[in-house]
Design a protein around this ligand. Structure first.
Ligand code: SR1
Ligand code: MG
Length: 428
């Protein structure tokens, strides 16, 4: 990978064309003369510039970090180093879950710029879910990605020394962690300038979150878990906007929030975003029942994501854990094997409880915090949007405050199903 020289500068179209023209490997992929390349800025995320570059021979995707939060502007500076952590995470994920992340073609630390294979005809999964598209490969791919990246970076698979070195390698990504700590675990529960919600319909619900001490205790416990549990290398922002899909392929993108954190944060992110797609679906239906098959598939997918993830994670553990946790020498004989298996089950039960809590936190932030999602935002009528959002919040509050009432994934989907047609009281 070539290293850039000189100072950081934002590469807009002309500068990007010149830059790429100077890189023979990329020039060869694009083909033709640089002047003929079509360069389009397509970034619709909250932080960065993303360009698609197409030439006669092929295409590439170029991502450049801006020195500030794109969604807000220059008033909110953000370190460029996030591009380094994203590159590091993508490289590690490519080793652990080959074929499930985009191929890396070039990285320049100084420019905070990474070039990747162009994922075509993949689309952002969230957009597909809004259009009621079912993705039949998704469960297998996302559970392989999560089981392998989480297991193989944990103490179950690594020596204590390797694990601590790896924690250190990502420890500098704290500015991105701070975004999560503020936007997910703090702001939605207090008055914060950047909060927003579907007003006036959710005004009462927003106020109730600010007074709900049971919820404040629950979200604070989750925040502490996020801050102080370096269990594995987590993606850190694994929502359906960070997943690109076709009917036959899945690719996880954008791990710039990666660090060593709690595994349940990633698994919970996937489940939360599927559950939000489920609750939003009613708001996108043009006729009653039009999206019933899609909604049934979403809940089935929620169940399978957890069960398949747990099965694959446990299989990896049983196949031979080379890490320093649970030393084999302590679990000899039949009795040892039985006790270790029982402990594996308890471990998964604790991970499930974390997952349920984090899924709830990820839901509430998308409805009352700064960054919303198109699942809800594209519901045309605000009152209908508020109804869908209030249903999601009702489930999320229960999942966060009464987590023990959800011992199995079927308890989550069962509760979601019951809320499908619940009519909330809205502020008018
Ligand atoms: C200011 S950044 C807002 C959100 O965008 C990213 O995708 C993360 O989810 C972050 O919380
Ligand atoms: Mg992102």
């Amino acid at each position: 990978m070539a290293q850039g020289q000189g100072d950081y500068r934002i590469l807009h179209e002309a500068a990007l064309r010149d830059y790429l023209a100077g890189l023979p490997e990329l020039k060869a992929i694009l083909g033709g003369e640089p002047a003929s390349w079509a360069i389009t800025e397509v970034g619709d995320g909250n932080l960065n510039l993303v360009f698609i570059v197409n030439g006669d021979g092929g295409g590439i995707a170029v991502k450049q970090a801006l020195p500030y939060v794109r969604l807000v502007g220059e008033s909110w500076p953000l370190p460029l180093s996030r591009a380094h952590y994203e590159y590091l995470a993508l490289s590690r994920q490519a080793q652990l879950a080959p074929g499930l992340v985009p191929a890396l073609l070039h990285h320049n630390e100084t420019l905070a710029l990474t070039v990747m294979e162009l994922l075509e005809p993949h689309i952002i999964m969230r957009k597909g879910l809004v259009a009621a598209t079912r993705y039949l490969r998704f469960v297998d791919d996302i559970t392989t990605f999560m089981a392998r990246t989480l297991f193989f970076t944990s103490d179950l698979a690594r020596s204590a020394a390797e694990k601590k070195e790896a924690i250190a390698a990502f420890a500098g990504n704290h500015a991105l962690c701070k975004i999560t700590e503020d936007l997910i675990f703090t702001d939605p529960y207090r008055i914060a300038e950047q909060n927003r919600w579907t007003a006036p319909y959710l005004d009462g619900l927003a106020a109730s979150l600010r007074d709900d001490m049971d919820l404040h205790v629950a979200i604070s416990r989750l925040k502490l878990k996020f801050m102080a549990s370096p269990e594995a290398l987590i993606h850190g922002d694994l929502h359906t906007g960070s997943i690109m899909v076709t009917e036959n392929e899945t690719r996880v993108i954008d791990p710039e929030f990666a660090f060593y954190g709690p595994m349940g944060f990633d698994v919970g992110a996937v489940l939360a975003n599927l559950l939000m797609a489920y609750f939003a679906s009613a708001g996108h239906a043009r006729a009653p029942g039009e999206r019933a098959a899609f909604e049934a598939w979403v809940l089935e997918t929620v169940e399978q994501v957890w069960t398949e993830f747990a099965r694959k994670f446990l299989d990896l553990w049983r196949a031979g854990a080379a890490g320093d946790a649970y030393p084999v020498s302590l679990f000899g004989g039949e009795n040892g094997a039985r006790r270790l298996e029982a402990e594996r089950q308890s471990y998964m039960q604790r991970l499930f409880a974390d997952t349920v809590g984090f899924a709830a936190a990820k839901t509430i932030r998308r409805i009352f915090g700064l960054a919303h999602n198109i699942d809800f935002e594209l519901i045309e009528h605000p009152k209908q949007r508020a109804v869908s959002e209030a249903r999601a919040v009702r489930l999320a509050r229960a999942m966060m405050v009464e987590t023990a009432a959800f011992p199995a994934i079927a308890d989550v989907t069962g509760a979601a199903r019951k809320l499908r047609d619940w009519q909330p009281e809205l502020t008018s």
